[in-house]
Design a protein. Structure first.
Lengths: 242, 242
DNA sequence: TAGGTTCTAAATGTCAGACTTTTAAATGTC
DNA sequence: GACATTTAAAAGTCTGACATTTAGAACCTA
Protein backbone atom coordinates (compact mmCIF):
# COMPACT_ATOMS: atom_id res chain seq x y z
CA UNK A 1 0.00 0.00 0.00
CA UNK A 2 1.64 3.17 -1.23
CA UNK A 3 0.57 6.70 -2.03
CA UNK A 4 2.07 9.10 -4.54
CA UNK A 5 3.59 12.11 -2.77
CA UNK A 6 3.45 14.13 -5.99
CA UNK A 7 -0.25 13.65 -6.55
CA UNK A 8 -2.41 16.71 -6.16
CA UNK A 9 -5.33 14.69 -4.83
CA UNK A 10 -6.28 14.99 -1.19
CA UNK A 11 -4.30 12.67 1.05
CA UNK A 12 -7.39 11.09 2.57
CA UNK A 13 -8.65 10.26 -0.92
CA UNK A 14 -5.35 8.69 -1.89
CA UNK A 15 -5.14 6.64 1.29
CA UNK A 16 -8.73 5.45 0.94
CA UNK A 17 -8.00 4.42 -2.63
CA UNK A 18 -4.84 2.59 -1.64
CA UNK A 19 -6.67 0.56 0.97
CA UNK A 20 -9.59 -0.04 -1.36
CA UNK A 21 -7.23 -1.35 -4.02
CA UNK A 22 -5.66 -3.66 -1.47
CA UNK A 23 -9.09 -5.06 -0.65
CA UNK A 24 -10.17 -5.49 -4.26
CA UNK A 25 -6.91 -7.13 -5.23
CA UNK A 26 -7.23 -9.57 -2.38
CA UNK A 27 -4.15 -8.27 -0.62
CA UNK A 28 -6.43 -7.69 2.35
CA UNK A 29 -8.96 -10.42 2.88
CA UNK A 30 -12.35 -10.48 4.56
CA UNK A 31 -12.28 -10.02 8.34
CA UNK A 32 -8.60 -9.18 8.29
CA UNK A 33 -7.65 -6.42 10.68
CA UNK A 34 -6.08 -3.32 9.24
CA UNK A 35 -3.19 -1.69 11.07
CA UNK A 36 -4.31 0.66 13.84
CA UNK A 37 -4.87 4.32 13.01
CA UNK A 38 -1.59 5.20 14.66
CA UNK A 39 0.27 2.62 12.59
CA UNK A 40 -1.41 3.75 9.39
CA UNK A 41 -0.60 7.38 10.04
CA UNK A 42 2.97 6.33 10.63
CA UNK A 43 3.05 4.18 7.50
CA UNK A 44 1.62 6.85 5.20
CA UNK A 45 3.43 9.66 7.00
CA UNK A 46 0.28 11.64 7.66
CA UNK A 47 -1.60 12.64 10.77
CA UNK A 48 -4.19 10.50 12.45
CA UNK A 49 -7.18 12.73 11.53
CA UNK A 50 -6.24 12.32 7.87
CA UNK A 51 -6.12 8.55 8.24
CA UNK A 52 -9.46 8.67 10.01
CA UNK A 53 -11.07 10.61 7.18
CA UNK A 54 -9.84 7.96 4.77
CA UNK A 55 -11.28 5.18 6.95
CA UNK A 56 -14.62 6.97 7.19
CA UNK A 57 -14.78 7.08 3.42
CA UNK A 58 -14.34 3.32 3.30
CA UNK A 59 -16.80 2.75 6.12
CA UNK A 60 -19.41 4.73 4.19
CA UNK A 61 -19.12 2.18 1.42
CA UNK A 62 -19.34 -0.74 3.86
CA UNK A 63 -15.84 -1.82 2.86
CA UNK A 64 -14.64 -1.78 6.45
CA UNK A 65 -16.17 -1.82 9.90
CA UNK A 66 -14.57 -0.47 13.05
CA UNK A 67 -14.56 -1.72 16.60
CA UNK A 68 -13.50 0.16 19.66
CA UNK A 69 -11.57 -1.12 22.60
CA UNK A 70 -8.65 -3.46 23.07
CA UNK A 71 -8.11 -5.76 20.09
CA UNK A 72 -10.42 -3.43 18.21
CA UNK A 73 -9.58 -1.65 15.00
CA UNK A 74 -10.74 -1.54 11.41
CA UNK A 75 -11.62 -4.82 9.73
CA UNK A 76 -12.28 -5.64 6.12
CA UNK A 77 -16.00 -6.10 5.94
CA UNK A 78 -17.75 -8.87 4.07
CA UNK A 79 -20.12 -6.88 1.89
CA UNK A 80 -23.45 -8.51 2.63
CA UNK A 81 -26.33 -8.66 0.19
CA UNK A 82 -28.30 -6.68 2.75
CA UNK A 83 -25.81 -3.82 2.81
CA UNK A 84 -25.59 -3.87 -0.95
CA UNK A 85 -29.41 -3.77 -1.23
CA UNK A 86 -29.59 -0.69 0.93
CA UNK A 87 -26.91 1.14 -1.01
CA UNK A 88 -28.48 0.15 -4.28
CA UNK A 89 -31.87 1.48 -3.22
CA UNK A 90 -30.67 4.86 -2.00
CA UNK A 91 -28.40 5.34 -5.00
CA UNK A 92 -31.17 4.47 -7.43
CA UNK A 93 -33.66 6.67 -5.65
CA UNK A 94 -31.36 9.67 -5.68
CA UNK A 95 -30.39 9.03 -9.27
CA UNK A 96 -34.00 9.16 -10.33
CA UNK A 97 -34.96 12.14 -8.22
CA UNK A 98 -31.98 14.26 -9.22
CA UNK A 99 -31.84 13.64 -12.94
CA UNK A 100 -35.31 14.33 -14.20
CA UNK A 101 -35.73 10.77 -15.37
CA UNK A 102 -39.13 10.49 -16.97
CA UNK A 103 -41.69 8.23 -15.43
CA UNK A 104 -41.84 6.21 -18.63
CA UNK A 105 -38.10 5.59 -18.70
CA UNK A 106 -37.99 4.35 -15.13
CA UNK A 107 -41.13 2.31 -15.59
CA UNK A 108 -39.87 0.70 -18.77
CA UNK A 109 -36.62 -0.32 -17.08
CA UNK A 110 -38.37 -1.69 -14.05
CA UNK A 111 -40.84 -3.86 -15.92
CA UNK A 112 -38.30 -5.04 -18.47
CA UNK A 113 -36.17 -6.33 -15.61
CA UNK A 114 -39.10 -7.76 -13.74
CA UNK A 115 -40.29 -9.70 -16.74
CA UNK A 116 -36.84 -11.22 -16.83
CA UNK A 117 -37.45 -12.64 -13.35
CA UNK A 118 -40.93 -13.97 -14.05
CA UNK A 119 -39.96 -17.26 -15.74
CA UNK A 120 -37.50 -18.12 -12.99
CA UNK A 121 -40.03 -17.17 -10.33
CA UNK A 122 -42.72 -19.30 -11.98
CA UNK A 123 -40.37 -22.27 -11.84
CA UNK A 124 -38.94 -21.83 -8.37
CA UNK A 125 -40.99 -19.61 -6.05
CA UNK A 126 -41.42 -21.04 -2.56
CA UNK A 127 -44.81 -21.42 -0.93
CA UNK A 128 -43.80 -18.67 1.43
CA UNK A 129 -43.09 -16.19 -1.34
CA UNK A 130 -46.39 -17.01 -3.00
CA UNK A 131 -48.17 -16.49 0.30
CA UNK A 132 -46.54 -13.08 0.64
CA UNK A 133 -47.82 -12.11 -2.78
CA UNK A 134 -51.33 -13.20 -1.87
CA UNK A 135 -51.18 -11.36 1.42
CA UNK A 136 -50.16 -8.14 -0.26
CA UNK A 137 -52.93 -8.49 -2.81
CA UNK A 138 -55.38 -8.88 0.05
CA UNK A 139 -53.99 -5.80 1.76
CA UNK A 140 -54.33 -3.81 -1.44
CA UNK A 141 -58.04 -4.54 -1.44
CA UNK A 142 -58.64 -3.25 2.08
CA UNK A 143 -60.75 -0.09 2.21
CA UNK A 144 -59.25 2.95 3.86
CA UNK A 145 -55.75 2.19 2.65
CA UNK A 146 -53.80 5.35 1.88
CA UNK A 147 -52.14 5.80 -1.49
CA UNK A 148 -48.72 5.65 0.13
CA UNK A 149 -49.55 2.39 1.88
CA UNK A 150 -50.96 1.03 -1.35
CA UNK A 151 -47.69 1.80 -3.13
CA UNK A 152 -45.67 0.24 -0.33
CA UNK A 153 -47.72 -2.92 -0.60
CA UNK A 154 -47.23 -2.84 -4.35
CA UNK A 155 -43.47 -2.76 -3.84
CA UNK A 156 -43.69 -5.63 -1.35
CA UNK A 157 -45.65 -7.68 -3.87
CA UNK A 158 -43.06 -7.13 -6.55
CA UNK A 159 -40.21 -7.83 -4.16
CA UNK A 160 -41.74 -11.20 -3.41
CA UNK A 161 -42.09 -11.86 -7.11
CA UNK A 162 -38.44 -11.04 -7.72
CA UNK A 163 -37.23 -12.99 -4.70
CA UNK A 164 -39.20 -15.94 -6.03
CA UNK A 165 -36.55 -16.37 -8.69
CA UNK A 166 -34.32 -17.69 -5.91
CA UNK A 167 -31.31 -15.83 -7.23
CA UNK A 168 -29.83 -13.39 -4.70
CA UNK A 169 -27.83 -11.60 -7.38
CA UNK A 170 -30.99 -10.95 -9.30
CA UNK A 171 -32.79 -9.77 -6.17
CA UNK A 172 -29.97 -7.38 -5.45
CA UNK A 173 -29.94 -5.95 -8.94
CA UNK A 174 -33.70 -5.48 -8.98
CA UNK A 175 -33.92 -3.91 -5.54
CA UNK A 176 -33.02 -0.53 -6.96
CA UNK A 177 -35.26 -0.76 -9.99
CA UNK A 178 -38.31 -1.70 -7.95
CA UNK A 179 -37.92 0.41 -4.82
CA UNK A 180 -36.67 3.55 -6.52
CA UNK A 181 -39.97 3.70 -8.39
CA UNK A 182 -41.89 4.18 -5.17
CA UNK A 183 -41.44 7.95 -4.90
CA UNK A 184 -42.55 8.29 -8.51
CA UNK A 185 -45.56 6.06 -7.88
CA UNK A 186 -46.47 8.13 -4.86
CA UNK A 187 -47.20 11.02 -7.18
CA UNK A 188 -50.17 9.13 -8.57
CA UNK A 189 -53.60 9.20 -7.00
CA UNK A 190 -55.22 5.80 -7.17
CA UNK A 191 -58.99 5.78 -7.45
CA UNK A 192 -60.92 2.76 -6.19
CA UNK A 193 -61.33 1.69 -9.80
CA UNK A 194 -57.59 1.98 -10.50
CA UNK A 195 -56.85 -0.13 -7.48
CA UNK A 196 -59.29 -2.80 -8.56
CA UNK A 197 -57.63 -3.02 -11.97
CA UNK A 198 -54.15 -3.24 -10.45
CA UNK A 199 -55.01 -5.84 -7.84
CA UNK A 200 -56.80 -7.79 -10.58
CA UNK A 201 -53.58 -7.86 -12.58
CA UNK A 202 -51.62 -8.78 -9.46
CA UNK A 203 -53.96 -11.71 -8.96
CA UNK A 204 -53.51 -12.77 -12.58
CA UNK A 205 -49.73 -12.65 -12.13
CA UNK A 206 -49.80 -14.55 -8.84
CA UNK A 207 -52.03 -17.19 -10.40
CA UNK A 208 -49.61 -17.59 -13.28
CA UNK A 209 -46.66 -17.87 -10.92
CA UNK A 210 -48.52 -20.44 -8.84
CA UNK A 211 -49.36 -22.46 -11.94
CA UNK A 212 -45.79 -22.25 -13.18
CA UNK A 213 -47.04 -20.56 -16.34
CA UNK A 214 -44.21 -18.21 -17.24
CA UNK A 215 -45.84 -16.94 -20.42
CA UNK A 216 -48.93 -15.80 -18.56
CA UNK A 217 -46.82 -14.17 -15.86
CA UNK A 218 -44.87 -12.18 -18.44
CA UNK A 219 -48.06 -11.17 -20.19
CA UNK A 220 -49.60 -10.08 -16.90
CA UNK A 221 -46.56 -7.93 -16.14
CA UNK A 222 -46.77 -6.41 -19.61
CA UNK A 223 -50.39 -5.44 -19.02
CA UNK A 224 -49.49 -4.06 -15.61
CA UNK A 225 -46.79 -1.92 -17.17
CA UNK A 226 -49.22 -0.61 -19.78
CA UNK A 227 -51.78 0.13 -17.08
CA UNK A 228 -49.25 1.91 -14.88
CA UNK A 229 -48.00 4.07 -17.71
CA UNK A 230 -51.53 4.96 -18.72
CA UNK A 231 -52.36 6.00 -15.17
CA UNK A 232 -49.25 8.15 -14.95
CA UNK A 233 -49.95 9.73 -18.32
CA UNK A 234 -53.44 10.68 -17.16
CA UNK A 235 -52.07 12.27 -14.00
CA UNK A 236 -49.50 14.31 -15.87
CA UNK A 237 -52.02 15.35 -18.52
CA UNK A 238 -54.46 16.48 -15.84
CA UNK A 239 -51.73 18.56 -14.20
CA UNK A 240 -50.62 20.15 -17.44
CA UNK A 241 -54.13 21.30 -18.37
CA UNK A 242 -56.22 21.83 -15.24
CA UNK B 1 -31.21 19.07 10.75
CA UNK B 2 -30.95 17.70 14.27
CA UNK B 3 -29.09 14.93 16.03
CA UNK B 4 -30.10 12.97 19.11
CA UNK B 5 -27.76 13.69 22.03
CA UNK B 6 -28.84 10.48 23.74
CA UNK B 7 -28.01 8.21 20.85
CA UNK B 8 -25.11 5.87 21.34
CA UNK B 9 -24.13 6.03 17.67
CA UNK B 10 -20.97 7.84 16.69
CA UNK B 11 -21.48 11.55 16.22
CA UNK B 12 -20.05 11.59 12.71
CA UNK B 13 -22.50 8.87 11.70
CA UNK B 14 -25.42 10.78 13.13
CA UNK B 15 -24.41 14.00 11.45
CA UNK B 16 -23.88 12.30 8.11
CA UNK B 17 -27.32 10.73 8.41
CA UNK B 18 -28.94 14.04 9.30
CA UNK B 19 -27.47 15.73 6.24
CA UNK B 20 -28.29 12.75 4.05
CA UNK B 21 -31.90 12.87 5.21
CA UNK B 22 -32.02 16.56 4.40
CA UNK B 23 -30.82 15.83 0.88
CA UNK B 24 -33.22 12.93 0.30
CA UNK B 25 -36.18 14.87 1.66
CA UNK B 26 -35.41 17.77 -0.64
CA UNK B 27 -34.63 20.14 2.22
CA UNK B 28 -31.25 20.59 0.58
CA UNK B 29 -31.40 20.78 -3.18
CA UNK B 30 -28.87 20.03 -5.88
CA UNK B 31 -25.93 22.43 -6.05
CA UNK B 32 -26.96 24.11 -2.82
CA UNK B 33 -24.09 25.01 -0.58
CA UNK B 34 -24.00 23.48 2.88
CA UNK B 35 -22.96 25.63 5.82
CA UNK B 36 -19.20 25.81 6.28
CA UNK B 37 -17.49 23.26 8.48
CA UNK B 38 -17.15 25.83 11.22
CA UNK B 39 -20.84 26.67 11.06
CA UNK B 40 -21.81 23.00 11.06
CA UNK B 41 -19.60 22.24 14.04
CA UNK B 42 -21.26 25.14 15.81
CA UNK B 43 -24.73 24.00 14.82
CA UNK B 44 -24.26 20.39 15.92
CA UNK B 45 -22.11 21.37 18.90
CA UNK B 46 -19.22 19.15 17.88
CA UNK B 47 -15.66 19.78 16.81
CA UNK B 48 -14.62 20.42 13.24
CA UNK B 49 -12.82 17.08 12.76
CA UNK B 50 -16.05 15.30 13.66
CA UNK B 51 -17.97 17.35 11.11
CA UNK B 52 -15.29 16.62 8.55
CA UNK B 53 -15.56 12.88 9.10
CA UNK B 54 -19.28 13.14 8.49
CA UNK B 55 -18.72 15.10 5.28
CA UNK B 56 -16.16 12.55 4.06
CA UNK B 57 -18.71 9.82 4.53
CA UNK B 58 -21.12 11.70 2.30
CA UNK B 59 -18.43 12.51 -0.25
CA UNK B 60 -17.61 8.80 -0.49
CA UNK B 61 -21.17 8.22 -1.65
CA UNK B 62 -21.01 11.10 -4.15
CA UNK B 63 -23.75 12.89 -2.24
CA UNK B 64 -21.66 16.03 -1.86
CA UNK B 65 -18.59 17.54 -3.44
CA UNK B 66 -16.20 19.98 -1.78
CA UNK B 67 -14.39 22.98 -3.14
CA UNK B 68 -11.54 24.78 -1.49
CA UNK B 69 -10.93 28.47 -1.41
CA UNK B 70 -13.10 31.52 -0.89
CA UNK B 71 -16.75 30.87 -1.67
CA UNK B 72 -15.84 27.20 -1.52
CA UNK B 73 -17.46 24.65 0.72
CA UNK B 74 -19.54 21.51 0.44
CA UNK B 75 -22.23 21.37 -2.20
CA UNK B 76 -25.03 18.91 -2.75
CA UNK B 77 -23.90 16.86 -5.71
CA UNK B 78 -26.12 15.90 -8.61
CA UNK B 79 -25.59 12.15 -8.66
CA UNK B 80 -24.62 11.49 -12.26
CA UNK B 81 -25.31 8.26 -14.08
CA UNK B 82 -21.56 7.97 -14.52
CA UNK B 83 -20.87 8.12 -10.78
CA UNK B 84 -23.69 5.68 -10.14
CA UNK B 85 -22.30 3.28 -12.77
CA UNK B 86 -18.92 3.26 -11.11
CA UNK B 87 -20.34 2.62 -7.66
CA UNK B 88 -22.62 -0.06 -9.01
CA UNK B 89 -19.75 -1.88 -10.67
CA UNK B 90 -17.44 -1.89 -7.67
CA UNK B 91 -20.23 -2.87 -5.30
CA UNK B 92 -21.36 -5.72 -7.53
CA UNK B 93 -17.82 -6.93 -8.08
CA UNK B 94 -17.07 -7.02 -4.37
CA UNK B 95 -20.40 -8.62 -3.60
CA UNK B 96 -19.62 -11.48 -5.96
CA UNK B 97 -16.02 -11.93 -4.89
CA UNK B 98 -16.76 -11.88 -1.18
CA UNK B 99 -19.84 -14.06 -0.98
CA UNK B 100 -18.94 -17.23 -2.81
CA UNK B 101 -21.63 -16.65 -5.38
CA UNK B 102 -21.58 -19.55 -7.79
CA UNK B 103 -20.73 -18.93 -11.39
CA UNK B 104 -24.12 -20.26 -12.41
CA UNK B 105 -26.03 -17.90 -10.15
CA UNK B 106 -24.20 -14.84 -11.42
CA UNK B 107 -24.43 -16.01 -14.99
CA UNK B 108 -28.13 -16.71 -14.76
CA UNK B 109 -28.81 -13.25 -13.35
CA UNK B 110 -26.71 -11.55 -15.96
CA UNK B 111 -28.31 -13.24 -18.95
CA UNK B 112 -31.83 -12.98 -17.59
CA UNK B 113 -31.36 -9.23 -17.34
CA UNK B 114 -29.65 -8.96 -20.68
CA UNK B 115 -32.43 -10.79 -22.43
CA UNK B 116 -34.75 -8.17 -20.97
CA UNK B 117 -32.82 -5.52 -22.89
CA UNK B 118 -32.69 -7.35 -26.17
CA UNK B 119 -36.16 -6.46 -27.49
CA UNK B 120 -35.64 -2.78 -26.70
CA UNK B 121 -32.19 -2.85 -28.24
CA UNK B 122 -33.48 -4.53 -31.38
CA UNK B 123 -36.01 -1.75 -31.76
CA UNK B 124 -33.86 1.24 -30.92
CA UNK B 125 -30.11 0.61 -31.19
CA UNK B 126 -28.22 3.41 -32.96
CA UNK B 127 -25.92 2.75 -35.90
CA UNK B 128 -23.07 3.69 -33.64
CA UNK B 129 -23.92 1.07 -31.03
CA UNK B 130 -24.27 -1.57 -33.73
CA UNK B 131 -20.87 -0.58 -35.11
CA UNK B 132 -19.37 -0.99 -31.65
CA UNK B 133 -20.77 -4.48 -31.43
CA UNK B 134 -19.33 -5.38 -34.84
CA UNK B 135 -15.96 -3.90 -33.93
CA UNK B 136 -15.76 -5.94 -30.75
CA UNK B 137 -16.69 -9.11 -32.64
CA UNK B 138 -13.86 -8.37 -35.07
CA UNK B 139 -11.44 -7.85 -32.20
CA UNK B 140 -12.48 -11.13 -30.63
CA UNK B 141 -11.42 -12.92 -33.81
CA UNK B 142 -7.92 -11.49 -33.84
CA UNK B 143 -5.19 -14.05 -33.21
CA UNK B 144 -2.87 -13.47 -30.28
CA UNK B 145 -5.57 -11.91 -28.13
CA UNK B 146 -5.10 -12.79 -24.46
CA UNK B 147 -7.93 -14.33 -22.48
CA UNK B 148 -8.23 -11.20 -20.38
CA UNK B 149 -8.48 -8.99 -23.46
CA UNK B 150 -11.03 -11.38 -24.93
CA UNK B 151 -13.16 -11.06 -21.80
CA UNK B 152 -12.83 -7.28 -21.82
CA UNK B 153 -14.01 -7.18 -25.40
CA UNK B 154 -16.87 -9.48 -24.47
CA UNK B 155 -17.94 -7.02 -21.80
CA UNK B 156 -17.70 -4.13 -24.27
CA UNK B 157 -19.89 -6.04 -26.71
CA UNK B 158 -22.54 -6.62 -24.10
CA UNK B 159 -22.37 -3.05 -22.86
CA UNK B 160 -23.13 -1.86 -26.38
CA UNK B 161 -26.02 -4.29 -26.55
CA UNK B 162 -27.46 -2.98 -23.29
CA UNK B 163 -26.89 0.66 -24.16
CA UNK B 164 -28.72 -0.03 -27.42
CA UNK B 165 -31.94 -0.12 -25.43
CA UNK B 166 -31.58 3.64 -25.11
CA UNK B 167 -32.70 3.61 -21.50
CA UNK B 168 -30.10 5.07 -19.13
CA UNK B 169 -31.79 3.55 -16.10
CA UNK B 170 -31.53 0.13 -17.66
CA UNK B 171 -27.89 0.71 -18.60
CA UNK B 172 -27.16 1.72 -15.04
CA UNK B 173 -28.86 -1.29 -13.53
CA UNK B 174 -27.07 -3.70 -15.84
CA UNK B 175 -23.63 -2.18 -15.49
CA UNK B 176 -23.09 -4.18 -12.34
CA UNK B 177 -24.49 -7.43 -13.67
CA UNK B 178 -22.36 -7.36 -16.79
CA UNK B 179 -19.08 -5.98 -15.51
CA UNK B 180 -19.02 -7.85 -12.23
CA UNK B 181 -18.95 -11.09 -14.23
CA UNK B 182 -15.59 -10.20 -15.73
CA UNK B 183 -13.44 -11.51 -12.86
CA UNK B 184 -15.40 -14.75 -12.94
CA UNK B 185 -15.02 -15.03 -16.70
CA UNK B 186 -11.31 -14.47 -16.35
CA UNK B 187 -11.05 -17.79 -14.56
CA UNK B 188 -11.94 -19.55 -17.80
CA UNK B 189 -9.39 -20.49 -20.43
CA UNK B 190 -10.80 -19.97 -23.91
CA UNK B 191 -9.51 -22.30 -26.58
CA UNK B 192 -9.56 -21.15 -30.20
CA UNK B 193 -12.57 -23.35 -30.73
CA UNK B 194 -14.42 -21.83 -27.75
CA UNK B 195 -13.75 -18.37 -29.08
CA UNK B 196 -15.06 -19.27 -32.49
CA UNK B 197 -18.30 -20.54 -30.96
CA UNK B 198 -18.72 -17.42 -28.86
CA UNK B 199 -17.98 -14.94 -31.61
CA UNK B 200 -20.33 -16.92 -33.83
CA UNK B 201 -23.08 -16.41 -31.29
CA UNK B 202 -22.16 -12.75 -30.96
CA UNK B 203 -22.53 -12.40 -34.71
CA UNK B 204 -25.91 -14.08 -34.58
CA UNK B 205 -27.03 -11.70 -31.87
CA UNK B 206 -25.71 -8.63 -33.67
CA UNK B 207 -27.44 -9.74 -36.87
CA UNK B 208 -30.70 -10.14 -34.98
CA UNK B 209 -30.34 -6.72 -33.40
CA UNK B 210 -29.57 -5.18 -36.76
CA UNK B 211 -32.60 -6.85 -38.31
CA UNK B 212 -34.80 -5.76 -35.43
CA UNK B 213 -35.62 -9.39 -34.73
CA UNK B 214 -36.07 -9.46 -30.99
CA UNK B 215 -36.98 -13.15 -30.85
CA UNK B 216 -33.76 -14.18 -32.55
CA UNK B 217 -31.74 -11.87 -30.30
CA UNK B 218 -33.23 -13.43 -27.17
CA UNK B 219 -32.65 -16.92 -28.55
CA UNK B 220 -29.04 -16.04 -29.33
CA UNK B 221 -28.50 -14.79 -25.81
CA UNK B 222 -30.06 -17.97 -24.44
CA UNK B 223 -27.63 -20.07 -26.46
CA UNK B 224 -24.75 -17.88 -25.34
CA UNK B 225 -25.75 -18.38 -21.72
CA UNK B 226 -25.90 -22.15 -22.20
CA UNK B 227 -22.52 -22.13 -23.91
CA UNK B 228 -20.94 -20.01 -21.20
CA UNK B 229 -22.25 -22.20 -18.43
CA UNK B 230 -21.06 -25.32 -20.21
CA UNK B 231 -17.58 -23.85 -20.58
CA UNK B 232 -17.45 -22.92 -16.93
CA UNK B 233 -18.70 -26.34 -15.86
CA UNK B 234 -15.93 -27.98 -17.89
CA UNK B 235 -13.31 -25.77 -16.27
CA UNK B 236 -14.53 -26.52 -12.77
CA UNK B 237 -14.84 -30.25 -13.49
CA UNK B 238 -11.29 -30.34 -14.85
CA UNK B 239 -10.02 -28.64 -11.71
CA UNK B 240 -11.89 -30.95 -9.38
CA UNK B 241 -10.50 -34.11 -11.00
CA UNK B 242 -7.12 -33.45 -12.59
C1' DT C 1 -11.72 53.78 -18.74
C1' DA C 2 -10.01 49.05 -19.67
C1' DG C 3 -7.24 45.60 -18.26
C1' DG C 4 -4.13 43.35 -15.67
C1' DT C 5 -1.88 42.70 -10.95
C1' DT C 6 -1.75 42.30 -6.15
C1' DC C 7 -3.87 41.80 -1.86
C1' DT C 8 -7.20 39.77 1.25
C1' DA C 9 -10.31 36.98 3.47
C1' DA C 10 -12.83 32.76 3.66
C1' DA C 11 -12.91 28.17 3.25
C1' DT C 12 -11.06 23.49 3.07
C1' DG C 13 -6.85 20.53 3.95
C1' DT C 14 -3.47 19.09 7.25
C1' DC C 15 -1.04 18.65 11.50
C1' DA C 16 0.18 17.87 16.63
C1' DG C 17 -1.15 16.57 20.94
C1' DA C 18 -4.26 15.64 24.47
C1' DC C 19 -8.25 13.59 26.66
C1' DT C 20 -12.46 10.20 26.83
C1' DT C 21 -14.69 5.95 26.23
C1' DT C 22 -14.94 1.30 25.18
C1' DT C 23 -13.40 -3.31 25.44
C1' DA C 24 -10.70 -7.52 25.79
C1' DA C 25 -7.36 -9.64 28.25
C1' DA C 26 -4.33 -10.12 32.11
C1' DT C 27 -4.20 -10.20 36.92
C1' DG C 28 -5.65 -10.89 41.42
C1' DT C 29 -8.81 -12.60 45.04
C1' DC C 30 -11.96 -15.66 47.29
C1' DG D 1 -12.26 -22.71 39.41
C1' DA D 2 -15.25 -18.61 39.33
C1' DC D 3 -15.65 -13.98 39.86
C1' DA D 4 -14.02 -9.21 40.51
C1' DT D 5 -10.37 -5.79 39.44
C1' DT D 6 -6.90 -3.66 36.96
C1' DT D 7 -4.64 -2.51 32.80
C1' DA D 8 -3.60 -1.35 28.26
C1' DA D 9 -4.84 -0.77 23.53
C1' DA D 10 -7.64 1.19 20.32
C1' DA D 11 -11.19 4.11 18.38
C1' DG D 12 -13.80 8.46 19.29
C1' DT D 13 -13.56 13.32 20.28
C1' DC D 14 -11.73 17.93 21.19
C1' DT D 15 -8.68 22.14 20.86
C1' DG D 16 -5.94 25.05 18.43
C1' DA D 17 -2.94 25.95 15.05
C1' DC D 18 -0.94 26.36 10.37
C1' DA D 19 -0.98 25.52 5.09
C1' DT D 20 -3.13 25.89 0.76
C1' DT D 21 -6.41 27.22 -2.46
C1' DT D 22 -9.35 30.44 -4.59
C1' DA D 23 -12.83 34.11 -5.65
C1' DG D 24 -13.27 38.65 -5.45
C1' DA D 25 -12.04 43.25 -4.05
C1' DA D 26 -8.82 46.81 -4.28
C1' DC D 27 -5.31 48.79 -6.67
C1' DC D 28 -2.41 50.24 -10.01
C1' DT D 29 -0.94 51.15 -14.98
C1' DA D 30 -1.41 52.20 -19.80
Amino acid sequence: MKIDPNSSADLSVQIAQAIKDAIISGELIVDERLPSEAELSDHFQVSRPTVREALKRLAAQSLIRTQRGASGGAFVNRLSFEDAYAQQVTTSTLLLSMNEVSFDTACEARYALERACAPLSAARRSADQLATMRAEIFRQGQPGLTDVAFCASDVAFHRALVDGAGNPVLSYQLAGAVEAMQPLMNMITFTARDRAVITGLHTRIADAIEAGDSGAAVAGLQDLEDETRKLAADVFAARAAP
